[in-house]
Structure formats: structure tokens, C-alpha cells
Design a binder for this molecule. Sequence first.
Ligand SMILES: [Fe+2]
Length: 328
Amino acid sequence: MALTAATPQQLRDSGSLEELYGHLATVDMGPGWNKKTPSLYPTPKNKFPPAQWRYTQAKAALDAAGRLINTDLAERRNLILTNVKAGSDYATATTLVAAYQMIMPGEHARSHRHSPNALRLIVDAEPGTYTVVDGVRLEMMPGDVLLTPNWCWHGHGNDGKSNGYWIDFLDVPLVHLLEPMFFEPNPDEYAKGQKPSKGSAMYFAWSETEARLFGASPEPTGRYGTQVELGSPAMETIALHMMKLGPNSSTSPYRTTANTIYSPVEGEGETVVEGEVFAWKRGDVLVVPSWQKHFHRTAKGGVLFRVTDEPVMSKLGFLREDHGKGLR
Ligand SMILES: [Fe+2]
């Protein structure tokens, strides 16, 4: 039963704090000096823990889904990487969500567009697997990265002979928070695309990224191994980097307010997050949420794809990094 709103006279005549609190509750106000949990605190609360997902498990589950559901019924055949320990029912980190997706030979995933920014890292695919972005057909091969920024039409297809697997990364949780969500199915349901006449800004071929990494020098802070950026940044809300870690190497520990999702493109190794060790291989996904100290180490060497919300934090003035000696 709704409480009857206290009158200004009743509020004014409150004889004790308890009586005042009772009256305030009837007018949807609360005493800031008596709040149970503080609204301001000295450092981030780390609401999302680090978490990891295995490609071997995702691939097996997607293969089962391939038998059980088709792209007529599922807008996308994907597995959402929910950070359940954070109490989340969707998000991987505060601002980002990742998902594994698979498309089978002969299938086409309908074209649509939405305000969230999205990108994908291809894990396994053979020629014939593609995404159409605003009428341009982009082939998808392992290690390739494709962008579908805010409001770009995009659909997927597979004219090849084997299943195509990739990892999607989106800023949907950020859009949920800020609320500007828009979505529209393409009236031309399975939009066809033409091959690009020259290089597309939506496409980063692994062959080119690998050549750039080969020619790059180690990043001077020691935090990122040898690193190249894809785009500058790739999208309004998301920055993308590829980090090459040499054999028997270790990066410098640091923490950043940016949320980071890693996916190994090559090799294997470990990431240590606040003392917890996560061993990774190609195709796995590891989230290191905001303000958690971490570093990478590898015996065999490897390449890590690094997806962050750095552009958001930077534009809003919230990007902070800590790489002091106290972290070592
Ligand atoms: Fe989409």
C-alpha cells in the first residue's frame, strides 16, 4: 500500500531524526547523511571479476547448436559470454559484451543495423565465409578483424565448405546504461555485397596485421609487448590492439580504468590478474575489468587481441592508469 505523502507541516514539525526519516520516505526523499552505502569512495569497487571462456567448449556447444537451430530461427547463432560472478545476466564487463558465433555452409544471417558498435575477430573459417557491411562484402579468415560501427548494415554468409567461427565484441552494456538503443532489420533481408574496389576501413586482414607486428618495435612501457593499433581508434567507443609477446617473455604489471577483453590469436601463455592465473590458448576469451592489476607471461610466445573501452574513458576524462613500482 502506498504511503500517504507527509504534508510540509508534518515534515517541518518532525520531532526526531527517526520521525523525519519516516516522513521523508513518504515523499521519495532520503537523507544523504544517513545513506547505508556511500556514493563516493576512494577507488573503484571492481564490481566485475576477471573471467575466462574456452574456445574448445564454445566450439563444441556451437556445433551442437548447429544441429539444433538454424539461422532462420536464430537472428544470430551465438553464445554470450556473461560474467555471472558479477551478478550480470548479459554483460562481460561494465561496458562490453563478447560472444562466440558460428555460421554453417550455405547459411546466411539476416542483415540488420543497430546503434551499438560491434566488431568480430575470426577464429576458424575457410574461404567463402563473409560479412556484408553497408553493401561491401568482406571475407573472413582466421585473425581478421571486421568492424560494424553504429548504424552500419551488416549480415553474414557462408558459401564455403566448413563452419565459420568468430568472436563478437559489442558495447551493448554501455548503450543499455546510456539508453540510446536503436535496432532495425534490413528490408533487403539478406543484403548482397560487392567486393571492395580498394581496402575497406572496416577490415583488418591478419596478413597485414602480422606484417605490421613483424616490423614494429617493442612498446617502451613493457606493458604490451610489441603492439600495433587497428584504427585510431577503431570505433567511437572501442579501441583495438594486437600485442605480440616473444617466447619466454613477461609484460609489466599495470591497471587501468579501461575495461579490457583479450583473445589470443596465436600461441599460448598465462595472464595473472590480481594474483589469479588464467592459462590461455588460441580462441579463448579473458576479461580483465576496470582497475585490476595484471600482466602476461608466455614460454612459447603468442599474439593477444586487446579490446578496450579506452575511447569512452578517455573522452569522458575517466582514463587513469597505474603502473607504479608498488604494483610489482
Ligand atoms: Fe549485429
